[in-house]
Design a protein around this ligand. Sequence first.
Ligand SMILES: *[C@@H]1O[C@H](CO)[C@@H](O)[C@H](O)[C@H]1NC(C)=O
Ligand SMILES: *[C@@H]1O[C@H](CO)[C@@H](O)[C@H](O)[C@H]1NC(C)=O
Ligand SMILES: *[C@@H]1O[C@H](CO)[C@@H](O)[C@H](O)[C@H]1NC(C)=O
Ligand SMILES: *[C@@H]1O[C@H](CO)[C@@H](O)[C@H](O)[C@H]1NC(C)=O
Ligand SMILES: *[C@@H]1O[C@H](CO)[C@@H](O)[C@H](O)[C@H]1NC(C)=O
Ligand SMILES: *[C@@H]1O[C@H](CO)[C@@H](O)[C@H](O)[C@H]1NC(C)=O
Ligand SMILES: *[C@@H]1O[C@H](CO)[C@@H](O)[C@H](O)[C@H]1NC(C)=O
Ligand SMILES: *[C@@H]1O[C@H](CO)[C@@H](O)[C@H](O)[C@H]1NC(C)=O
Ligand SMILES: *[C@@H]1O[C@H](CO)[C@@H](O)[C@H](O)[C@H]1NC(C)=O
Ligand SMILES: *[C@@H]1O[C@H](CO)[C@@H](O)[C@H](O)[C@H]1NC(C)=O
Ligand SMILES: *[C@@H]1O[C@H](CO)[C@@H](O)[C@H](O)[C@H]1NC(C)=O
Ligand SMILES: *[C@@H]1O[C@H](CO)[C@@H](O)[C@H](O)[C@H]1NC(C)=O
Length: 547
Amino acid sequence: MRSAPIPALLLTARLIGAQPTHAANHTGAFCLEIPKTASGASIEHDPSFASFSFEPAFWVEFFGNSSTPNQLAFNLLNRIVDHGGQPTIRPGGITMDSMIFNVSAGDPVRTTNLKGGVYRTTVGPAYYESWSNFPDGTKFVSTLNFGNDSLDIARDMAVASVKYASNDSISFFELGNEPTNYPSSRWKNSTRAYVQEWQNWTAQIDAAVNSTLGNDAALDFGRERWWASSATTDQSGLEVRPAALIPAGIDSNNQVADYSIHSYPFSTCDPARAVLATTQNILNQTELERYADEEIYPSAKAALDAGSRWIIGEFNSISCSGNPNVSDTFAQALWVIQSELIYAARNASAVYLHQGAALVFQSSQQVNSAGQDGSPGYSTYDMFYPRDSDKRGPARVLPSFSSQLFMAEAFAMPNTRIRQIETPLGVDKDYFSAYAFYAKNKLNKLAIVNSKPYYANSTSDFSVALDISSYAHPKKGTRAWLKRLTAPHVDEGNANRTTWAGQSFPQGNVVGDLAVEEVGHDGIVHVRGSEAVLVFFNKRDVSMGAC
Ligand SMILES: *[C@@H]1O[C@H](CO)[C@@H](O)[C@H](O)[C@H]1NC(C)=O
Ligand SMILES: *[C@@H]1O[C@H](CO)[C@@H](O)[C@H](O)[C@H]1NC(C)=O
Ligand SMILES: *[C@@H]1O[C@H](CO)[C@@H](O)[C@H](O)[C@H]1NC(C)=O
Ligand SMILES: *[C@@H]1O[C@H](CO)[C@@H](O)[C@H](O)[C@H]1NC(C)=O
Ligand SMILES: *[C@@H]1O[C@H](CO)[C@@H](O)[C@H](O)[C@H]1NC(C)=O
Ligand SMILES: *[C@@H]1O[C@H](CO)[C@@H](O)[C@H](O)[C@H]1NC(C)=O
Ligand SMILES: *[C@@H]1O[C@H](CO)[C@@H](O)[C@H](O)[C@H]1NC(C)=O
Ligand SMILES: *[C@@H]1O[C@H](CO)[C@@H](O)[C@H](O)[C@H]1NC(C)=O
Ligand SMILES: *[C@@H]1O[C@H](CO)[C@@H](O)[C@H](O)[C@H]1NC(C)=O
Ligand SMILES: *[C@@H]1O[C@H](CO)[C@@H](O)[C@H](O)[C@H]1NC(C)=O
Ligand SMILES: *[C@@H]1O[C@H](CO)[C@@H](O)[C@H](O)[C@H]1NC(C)=O
Ligand SMILES: *[C@@H]1O[C@H](CO)[C@@H](O)[C@H](O)[C@H]1NC(C)=O
């Protein structure tokens, strides 16, 4: 452990080597070149950009029921809303494909084997009624079972959702999760066969939903109400990614609202991939961008070229429920910010961060498992453990929750556009990213992420000093403030020691005083290894979440 702080100048010098060509000057700070207008920046984003997907089999564990909501979960969602976010909720994932509505049933009930493998989840009206516990204005994706190959099951779920959920709370329907991984006997690897069945079912479901809603409400809902694709990047033999579905005519009836793609750059589904699911790798910005550009973007581009929106309909860092001691630490908070900003800059309209528990049938060689007696083994990439469990210990918030407050404030202003700022020469590209945010064509915020893993035994704190004096200089009448996301080290596992602007949220309620830093006369911002900051150029935006 280091005993005395090392001056920033020395640290920077160590990072950049002997001859810093692009460091600003004697301060040793690097200049960020930030275009002052939004020209060439992303599409407009809104406060629902950072949304969520929750595995529906574990709905009651996460959210309770209408009369006894899980206070921890709703505290957290309310904090996100206080800070300017408005997440849409997708109760979706693998278990939506064995979910059944029964009008005589109540809260969701899982049918499982002794090891916790989920064969089916039965829901009644109470499931949809419990959606009204969410913060005012929360929108939902009504997800439908395609896996059981029963139109009746899918249609009944759609009709029940519009009947029992509060009016106007459903924004989209989604038929099936990750069809890439269905038994290949279903469509025999034929994209055309998939498209025919999808169009046939969605037309019949639209007709049933319209007749439940009545003409006016159906018209309000609109025709473009479906997510399409929901594929993974796996090469399974069935090509149903947007790049294949669009030319196959999936939207010939103008029903598609969003093209959904699932993103999991790392995995603990098998031992070979598990060894790669390390802190050093998940925080590697170069690798995250490579995955986004090579695996995800071709489908995104197909959607954008067709004039449609695209979304990450489900994602997290490490598939098969994360990697203990990696995704349940502060590293996951940095990963969430890096990943959500990568997709925002690539014009995704929203990203749905997945939360759930180990799914025993997903892989026989996965690292994670359910608890003894088949009780839920909550995913270690979750931002909170919703209940006490023998597998994960007490119900609690995890360090990654703090990243949601960062993202909520980053996109609190509707119609925010963003762009990535070039990493200054001499700064480690593998562990650095910066983005400019624009509102009404003016520079409004700046996000800086120094994702270099910083441990108790690190010989440097990897601080980077950035000169933003061209954009914030009191003498020129411009000022800037910043909020810092930090923890003692990258592997911090306790949310009590993870702070956003000086505050932590151990039970979803704020602890500590708000600490906003003002950028000083030198115009220099210091960002330690394993830290992220959000710089505000407008003072009134800083008070978000202060009350
Ligand atoms: C809601 O959950 C609580 C706590 O588990 C339970 O006691 C109650 O019976 C449930 N309510 C309904 C209507 O099922
Ligand atoms: C619905 O639930 C009721 C009560 O548990 C049961 O009797 C009935 O068989 C179920 N219906 C279907 C179609 O499973
Ligand atoms: C739906 O499919 C699952 C998985 O194949 C199966 O276990 C379950 O029994 C099916 N449910 C119905 C109602 O057909
Ligand atoms: C939705 O609106 C309809 C028509 O106004 C009303 O009959 C129904 O009760 C409402 N549903 C809910 C869940 O509020
Ligand atoms: C859907 O397919 C069924 C069976 O092939 C057919 O009878 C029906 O007409 C089709 N419906 C639509 C709306 O395409
Ligand atoms: C459902 O309603 C929408 C909005 O009125 C309409 O555009 C669409 O054609 C309808 N679909 C069916 C199958 O009735
Ligand atoms: C589909 O493609 C996969 C991968 O190429 C292959 O293993 C599988 O046998 C194919 N299935 C059918 C029904 O052709
Ligand atoms: C980061 O990822 C890139 C691309 O996969 C790789 O070339 C590079 O070696 C990685 N850097 C580190 C420090 O592991
Ligand atoms: C995680 O770290 C703790 C504390 O260092 C250790 O006791 C535990 O065995 C680790 N768990 C795994 C799955 O590596
Ligand atoms: C530093 O600490 C980390 C996390 O505890 C550990 O994985 C790593 O091996 C340590 N490095 C050295 C050089 O001891
Ligand atoms: C975090 O702090 C709260 C009190 O604010 C305490 O109840 C809880 O036990 C602490 N959690 C951990 C994991 O230290
Ligand atoms: C050099 O540093 C000074 C003081 O921090 C700053 O005002 C100036 O803009 C910097 N020069 C360049 C070229 O960035």
